[in-house]
Design a protein. Structure first.
Length: 212
């Protein structure tokens, strides 16, 4: 009897650390599973817009539907007087990323111009191709009776067509004419609205390389 008590007591003592280890391991495993579940749920919420691709709200989708892809509406034809004088218009566009939709955000500006009796609209980017300052339109003077575009930063000047102007005694550092933008002519004809393909281009180079 005393012999068997002597043999079981050390065995029980040896089992205790193993039991403690199993209990601790179980608790750790349960904690890890819980943490993984929480992490998974958090990631699902975070990535949900990316997975299902956020949609433009319906009323804005309809407002920009139809016409050519990538064009934005800048004005009605009636808002561009046919007097040959360029008018500056802001370009607004809906901005959408994975989490947010912001309608009608300013993304740039253009000059619109049309000749007397014409329904064609000329569109020029208002950014100077030299270094990116904003170009203004200057009223007629002795040298340019029809007026001209001028950049106040380093004196670049451009004719109404957008071509570079060499004004006497004034260097023109622009490497290219003002950037002309495409109009959706079909839509202009059908709806009387001016929709343009608005792009920004790299400055300081002779070619029009679009920024993507
Ligand atoms: S940025 Fe227009 S002339 Fe330099």
């Amino acid at each position: 009897m005393s012999k068997s008590r002597e043999s079981t007591a050390p065995a029980a003592a040896n089992d205790r650390p193993r039991r403690n280890f199993l209990v601790e391991f179980g608790a750790l495993a349960a904690g890890a599973v819980g943490a993984l579940v929480s992490l998974g749920a958090g990631l699902a919420v975070l990535l949900d817009p990316l997975i299902r691709k956020q949609q433009v709200p319906g009323k804005y989708r309809q407002a920009s539907g139809g016409g050519q892809e990538g064009f934005v509406r800048v004005a009605t034809l009636d808002a561009v007087p046919d007097d040959g004088v360029p008018r500056r218009f802001p370009v607004l566009a809906d901005q959408l990323d994975a989490w947010n939709f912001a309608p009608n955000q300013p993304i740039g500006a253009v000059f619109l111009r049309r000749e007397a009796g014409s329904s064609e609209v000329q569109v020029l980017h208002s950014t100077c191709p030299h270094a990116g300052c904003a170009v203004t339109f200057k009223a007629a003077d002795a040298e340019q009776p029809q007026g001209f575009y001028h950049c106040p930063c380093h004196n670049s000047a451009f004719a109404l067509s957008g071509e570079k102007l060499d004004r006497p005694g004034k260097e023109n550092p622009s490497p290219r004419p003002l950037d002309a933008l495409e109009v959706d002519t079909q839509r202009l004809q059908d709806t009387g609205e001016v929709w343009i393909k608005f792009l920004d281009f790299y400055t300081g180079r002779p070619d029009m390389k679009p920024k993507i």
